[in-house]
Write a protein that binds this ligand. Sequence first.
Ligand code: GDG
Length: 481
Amino acid sequence: SAHAAEPPVGADFVVVSNRLPVDRSTDDGGWRRSPGGLVAALEPMIQSTGGAWVGWPGQPDIEVDPFSFDGMELVPVSLSTDDVELFYEGFSNDTIWPLYHDVISPPAYHREWWEAYVRVNERFAKAAASVAAPDATVWVHDYQLQLVPRMLRELRPDVVIGYFHHIPFPAYGIYAQLPWRTQVIEGLLGADVIGFQRVADAGNFARAVRRRLGYETKAGSIRVPTPDGGVRTAVAKAYPISIDAAVYDELARRPEVQGRAREIRASLGDPAVVLFGVDRLDYTKGIGHRLKAYGELLAEHRLDVEDVTLVQVASPSRERVAAYMQLRDEIELTVGRINGDHDTVGHTAIRYLHHAYPREEMVALYLAADVMLVTALRDGMNLVAKEYVASRVDGRGVLVLSEFTGAADELTQAVRVNPHDIDGLKDAIMTAIEMPEHEQRRRMRALRRRVRDHDVAAWSRAFLRDLATVRGARDADATPP
Ligand code: GDG
């Protein structure tokens, strides 16, 4: 018959995220691991428990059977071209993303998009339900899948469910715009532990729960009524995500990477100061604000193009969403103007790169940069800030960091900025450029310690420890006296 092979007995640990941790190679159709901290953080746990990962393989309209990869069972969820347009580009990236980033760009509300979001979340929930062993632990990730916790609980009341939200959760006054604001909160409350990047995000969520549903919340514990008339506790708490700091440290110590960093500076004409920004080309990242501040510093002769270059990597992102096309046009117009006004034949103001680079090259760029500019208008965490710090094995370099990133809660030794305040941003850039070496070292030492001691493995341990506590409490309740 046309039936797929029987699913395995079931996995004790299941991760569910929009994307599987692999990409299909365009050369040979084989699967390659996609880079990223989440895989690195979760892989040991998945491998040791014979766990599974449920997610979209990244291409529309393909049906792929579950397969094993590096000791993990990968369970593909297929999305049609319509699903990608309505669920992913539409509701996820053009409704939730701008709304949750404080409406920097206006969110679009379309009932058709919402219907697709419900439908696709159901598909993910069913896939997770079919692969989880009895009493398994299931960890759902991010804003594309906010309805999955509740749907999964209805299908499988035996499993323990965690959810981690990688982006901000907005203040109620903003959240309240969402036509489906009650359903989304009910979806999230299906989880036993709901993790956020910042304490403020967890607080915003608890407030939304009180306002929409009137449930009692106390110090991150939410009392959720159950269908049988009882009540259970859901935990809403901050777990700031991080990076695999040791990997960046190790790469940055390689002689070939350090050689490449010198080569990069030389190819820019060995300017006295290299400024660096790297972001997905996204309106949340404040790239325009950064360019404006830098352009004014050049125009006012506080900086000279002979001495300073800004390298801006803007990796291509969500190129089919209109707001991103418009952003790209704006940024590229601004770059062209600044370069046109200030470049000399031998020196450029901005080396603008609309590409993605391999990780080794990123680390070489971090090492080549005297000043790292992270000027996001709103960002859940911002891993770039942590990667820069982890790469500075030489103890030098200055991080300019927006106070609107999750990272600002932890990286308190950075030069802190409000990117909306262009004069303040200009002064912060000058402070960073002029910072004496001993002060760079003092700050970088503290920053490096923070990132080393709070790496991505510590993050997943903390989250999974709280999930295990839920399981323990439930087992204790179920045990007859
Ligand atoms: C979301 C939240 C939260 C970028 N360009 C290249 C490249 N990157 C890598 C960076 C970094 C990652 O992509 C970007 O992570 P961020 O945290 O900076 O931002 P988002 O993509 O918006 O991520 C964010 C994160 O989820 C995790 O929870 O921190 O707040 O928005 O690792 O290095 N990597 C390579 N080449 C590139 O050109 N290799």
